[in-house]
Design a protein around this ligand. Structure first.
Ligand SMILES: NC(=O)c1ccc[n+]([C@@H]2O[C@H](COP(=O)([O-])OP(=O)(O)OC[C@H]3O[C@@H](n4cnc5c(N)ncnc54)[C@H](OP(=O)(O)O)[C@@H]3O)[C@@H](O)[C@H]2O)c1
Length: 282
């Protein structure tokens, strides 16, 4: 089975490196193509570099499209005549619907909604930056043409980056907030907490960050290993009338409003981004 990745930016490079390191593909079975060939120079040692996107699509059984949404349509139109008949096409972008991906692949002029039954096998995949440490919770969803064998092949590859979670297309938005955006949310929350703590201590910055990070990781592991809920941890640490309870009371009183606004804003932005991405396909 040959695997191709079009686009060698943040996601394309990360996936290529992980797939290669896993041993599931080698120099002959991992094919790469991107707009700026000079960026692929280092990858020559462990992957085959294709001169064009069409060259890649004519030879590969799974074609990953690690492209920004506004570059997707052009590339789909470019490769549609050279794709292998039973190729699995995998878009890394969650905003563009299966209907519109299919529309560009078939050259149909009908609206996205009218593409009721897709001809092509298409999957959408959302990795997280935590794949860098093999701890991604990669989201995946499929159109109705994808076979059990395709799913198995794709899951094996994606497992080289961590866990794989299958979701229906309509849940990909919130799913992405929870695993793909969440590292950014967590980092910004703890950045605020760390800066606040530093106003009251002479412990060096690096040590404060390390203490918070290790506690964060250990809290997650504690909950997963001991099957504890967030409330269980709070109850365990925040004894009534104690010091921790003073802090958790502030969080429960003031943080819900921030969390509500966070999701309102991100989901609104997601809807706008999807609309913009979809308009490229009109
Ligand atoms: N970044 C994340 O954390 C993340 C997480 C989950 C999903 N995603 C999704 O993954 C997709 C890729 O994101 P990214 O962050 O990897 O973007 P990126 O860093 O901008 O990479 C996009 C790559 O596509 C290449 N490209 C553009 N047009 C092309 C064409 N016509 N033919 C071949 N290659 C072309 C670009 O080439 P140049 O080098 O010349 O620009 C670049 O290497 C997006 O749809 C994004 O929504 C991203």
């Amino acid at each position: 089975m040959k695997v191709g990745i079009i686009g060698f930016g943040s996601m394309g490079r990360m996936m290529a490196e992980k797939f290669s390191a896993s041993g599931l593909v080698d120099k002959n079975t991992l094919l790469l193509a991107s707009r700026s060939p000079e960026k692929l120079r280092d990858a020559k040692k462990w992957a085959t570099i294709c001169k064009t996107n069409s060259e890649l699509s004519s030879e590969t059984d799974i074609v990953f499209l690690a492209l920004r949404p506004f570059d997707l349509k052009g590339v789909l139109e470019e490769i549609r005549d050279t794709l292998k008949e039973d190729a699995l096409i995998v878009s890394l972008n969650g905003s563009v619907t299966f209907g519109n991906l299919e529309k560009s692949l078939t050259g149909s002029t009908a609206g996205a909604d009218s593409v009721k039954t897709c001809v092509h096998r298409i999957a959408k995949v959302i990795p997280s930056v935590t794949a860098e440490v093999d701890r991604s919770q990669t989201l995946v969803c499929y159109n109705d043409q994808v076979t059990t064998e395709d799913k198995g092949n794709l899951k094996r590859l994606l497992s080289s980056m961590g866990d794989v979670i299958e979701l229906p297309e309509k849940e990909l938005g919130m799913g992405s907030e929870l695993v793909s955006c969440m590292p950014g949310f967590i980092a910004s929350i703890f950045d605020v907490i760390t800066k606040s703590a530093e106003e009251h201590t002479d412990i060096p910055h690096d040590q404060v960050v390390r203490m918070v990070l290790q506690t964060m990781i250990a809290t997650g592991e504690l909950m997963l290993k001991k099957n504890m809920s967030f409330e269980d941890v709070v109850k365990r640490v925040a004894t009534p009338g104690g010091i921790t309870e003073e802090g958790t009371k502030v969080v429960y009183a003031q943080f819900p409003e921030t969390a509500r606004e966070l999701f309102e804003k991100t989901l609104q932005k997601r809807a706008e981004t999807s609309q913009k991405a979809e308009s490229q396909f009109e």
